[in-house]
Design a protein around this ligand. Structure first.
Ligand SMILES: Nc1ncnc2c1ncn2[C@@H]1O[C@H](COP(=O)(O)OP(=O)(O)OP(=O)(O)O)[C@@H](O)[C@H]1O
Length: 314
């Protein structure tokens, strides 16, 4: 099967500002792809071009093999977009909002479907309440629901959980995972690293309109992630005692706790060796380890590292 979404040499300028710079990208059918980048990186612009909102870009974008400009009539039926800002009139209720939505796509409103969608997205109890009186979570779910009324194959979510609380984010993540399980291809933008880490099958890192890299989430974590072990000793230990150890960083967490950071290398074996080496090193110096914690760096650390590297190269 071909790519669900394909961008080839896509560039977009706003006056002198190069918002997208020769972006190449492919999203496979049925995956959750996260476009991750800081504010102003070009994420919304990329989604705008791909979903048909922005037409004056250079390059080519295909949805399911169809050109978003030449075959606009086809592609607009293939994509759904959940924008960053609320996109419904607060004077109507959720049921009405879904009713009108069908009309935008020239579809006859399907009452049975509307009722089923209201139930599926836990909006049924408040289906007749003015949308401005819905909770934040319900408003977000209604936006997703609206975008799905014409059964798009590809759903774009622009910063789906920007400014929402933790509980609500997890609720939305469940909704997104459920859609992926039903076969919808999901492309989301986020500057929440945890969101990409939690949700995405693959992650594209974008900054300054350029894609810095695209990788499966786990691969990105393994390749760039640092592992660490935190050792608690029975007595005070100075970080300098571990200076002879081949580690990337040794940090004094408290007088008797050290954090030792090392490259994760290419998998579990290397990780076991590294943890083993740390423990051997301690034992050889008669240091008694009373507690040990292990972990790996977050996507946030990885992202900072990547941007720093890019900055370093100029
Ligand atoms: N309509 C516009 N006119 C002029 N400049 C724009 C316009 N839309 C976006 N930009 C600029 O283009 C760049 C990319 O913006 P874009 O909204 O795509 O970034 P983003 O990664 O989505 O950021 P955010 O997370 O803040 O939404 C920014 O510098 C932005 O100021």
């Amino acid at each position: 099967m071909g790519a669900a979404l394909r961008l080839r040499g896509v560039s977009k300028r706003y006056g002198k500002l190069q918002a997208l710079d020769a972006v190449d990208l492919e999203v496979e059918p049925g995956e959750i792809f996260a476009l991750l980048g800081p504010n102003g990186a070009g994420k919304t612009t990329a989604i705008g071009c791909a979903s048909g909102l922005i037409q004056d870009f250079e390059g080519r974008i295909e949805i399911g093999g169809y050109d978003v400009r030449k075959d606009y009539r086809i592609t607009r039926r293939l994509v759904g977009l959940v924008p960053q800002e609320l996109n419904f009139d607060g004077f109507f209720c959720a049921r009405e909002a879904l009713f009108f939505q069908s009309g935008y796509y020239g579809l006859k409103p399907d009452r049975l479907k509307i009722e089923a969608m209201l139930k599926k997205f836990a909006l049924y109890e408040k289906a007749d309440t003015n949308t401005r009186r819905l909770s934040g979570g319900m408003k977000r779910r209604l936006m997703v629901c609206k975008a799905l009324m014409h059964d798009p194959a590809v759903l774009f979510l622009d910063e789906p959980t920007a400014g929402v609380d933790v509980e609500l984010r997890e609720d939305l993540w469940q909704v997104v995972r459920g859609l992926r399980d039903e076969g919808v291809t999901i492309v989301l933008t986020t500057h929440y690293l945890e969101e990409a880490e939690q949700l995405a099958d693959r992650i594209g890192i974008i900054d300054g309109g350029k894609i810095l890299r695209v990788q499966p989430r786990e691969e990105l974590m393994l390749e760039l992630g640092k592992r660490w072990v935190e050792l608690s000793f029975s007595e005070d230990v100075a970080a300098s005692v571990f200076a002879g150890l081949q580690a990337d960083r040794i940090e004094q967490v408290s007088s008797s706790v050290l954090r030792i950071e090392y490259d994760s290398g290419s998998g579990a074996t290397q990780e076991e060796h590294a943890v083993g080496a740390v423990l051997d090193f301690a034992r050889a110096r008669d240091l008694v380890v009373v507690d040990i914690r292990a972990g790996r760096s977050s996507l946030e650390d990885i992202f900072k590292g990547l941007l720093a590297k890019k900055g370093g190269r100029g």
